[in-house]
Design a protein. Structure first.
Length: 401
């Protein structure tokens, strides 16, 4: 891939998160350490973004998400494509197909497990043949979870000589807003599940993203309102656990069961009181039920939920944060705690930095002999990405006493 013009192309640069990524790329890589361009379906909209940010010398490329010829042309010019074009289940298939066929590396910020599974089944053979490294879930879902477990297990192996067979992630604090694009992805997934019994079963399977033939059968806990004695507080279900847990289990599978075949992993929010835990759980259940009922879903989409293109203000992104604690225990009873924090709105301010650095890591840090295929952030980027996130993205990874 040494003859490709660019290291990274940001595809969907005019989307809400695409503009944040583009601004961050400009701030980070104006020194020329990464060669990059922006792309999308509208040259005029891309030009407006370029002018607003001041992207002098950054190329503008045009390709519609449904135009295979145009997508193939832009993929031929870059090592890595960042895709922000969601909902991915509606607009993302063809770009993954083209990248897999042309040996172009790819990363995105999807949180749609049903779509990821479909992409794996359709395109992994082509990616392996071409050498394309496809890495989904490179935003808040699921880099902090996936790399947090990776970081904890590395320290457990160093300290105890064995991995933790049980890890519990607790969202200690989180501040940030949702964008219309995220909501649109969630709405589309619920719509699909309402009419598809097989999909509903798949969405309940914690191992749905593991490769076929995986050996895992251990029952994973369904998090309910509870007092967590290990952490010392009331907990409630975490909405992002549905995708994060599946990515973590896939990382275990791809790393030859590095965490063990009896590995258990769960995520929950620290609710600071039983009443708060109950209210959070009712709100989450009410939202999912509402999205499943067509008239209520229409009302929520029309009058309540943010629309595509909308999202938190720049001030809200700057003031956002997240603080996650990981509690691990080994089969012989040793325990370890680690923490991952971020200094921006998790879904957008922090996600833009995580996705950009994941793409830079994929372009610059992954050895040439690493095979093509569908990877996870932990299995292909691992410690190299942790160092980038520490140095350039406002994340911390630390082992607690």
């Amino acid at each position: 891939m040494t003859d490709r013009t660019f290291d990274i192309i940001v595809y969907g640069a005019t989307s809400f998160v695409g503009q944040i990524i583009t601004r961050y790329m400009h701030e980070q890589f104006s020194d020329g350490s990464i060669t990059w361009a922006i792309a999308g379906r509208s040259r005029s909209k891309l030009q407006k973004v370029s002018d607003a940010i001041g992207l002098a010398g950054v190329d503008i490329l045009v390709a519609d998400a449904a135009d295979e010829t145009a997508l193939t042309k832009i993929c031929a010019r870059t090592k890595v494509v960042i895709s922000t074009v969601g909902p991915y289940a509606l607009y993302g298939d063809l770009l993954v197909q083209v990248c897999s066929a042309t040996g172009t590396h790819y990363c995105d910020l999807t949180g749609e497990p049903q779509w990821i599974r479909k992409m794996q089944s359709r395109h992994e053979d082509d990616a392996k043949k071409s050498g394309a490294r496809i890495v989904h879930c490179c935003g808040f879902d699921s880099i902090p979870s996936d790399l947090g477990v990776h970081f904890l297990q590395r320290h457990a192996l160093e300290q105890f000589g064995q991995p933790c067979d049980r890890v519990e992630m607790r969202v200690v604090s989180i501040k940030g807003g949702a964008s219309g694009g995220t909501i649109a992805s969630m709405v589309n997934m619920v719509k699909e599940a309402v009419w598809d019994a097989d999909l509903r079963r798949q969405l309940k399977d914690p191992y749905s993203l593991c490769p076929p033939g995986h050996p895992y059968r251990v029952q994973q806990r369904d998090v309910k309102i509870a007092y967590d004695t290990a952490y010392g507080g009331w907990i409630a279900p975490f909405i992002m656990a549905a995708i994060n847990t599946r990515v973590v289990h896939r990382s275990n599978a791809l790393s030859n069961n590095r965490y063990g075949t009896q590995f258990r992993y769960e995520e929950a929010v620290v609710a600071h009181g039983k009443g708060r835990a109950r209210a959070m759980t009712w709100a989450l259940n009410g939202l999912m039920i509402g999205l499943a009922v067509a008239p209520i879903r229409w009302l929520l989409e029309t009058a309540v939920l943010p629309k595509p293109g909308e999202g938190p203000s720049e001030k809200a992104q700057q003031e956002g944060r997240f603080d996650l604690v990981f509690l691990g225990s080994t089969p012989t009873g040793e325990t370890i705690r680690c923490r991952v924090t971020g200094d921006r709105d998790p879904g957008y301010g922090a996600t833009a930095k995580m996705l950009s650095q994941a793409a830079a890591c994929l372009a610059k840090d992954v050895p040439d002999n690493v095979a093509g295929g569908f990877w996870t952030p932990a299995t292909i980027l691992g410690d190299s990405l942790i160092e980038r996130l520490r140095a350039h993205a406002g994340l911390t990874f630390e082992k607690l006493a």
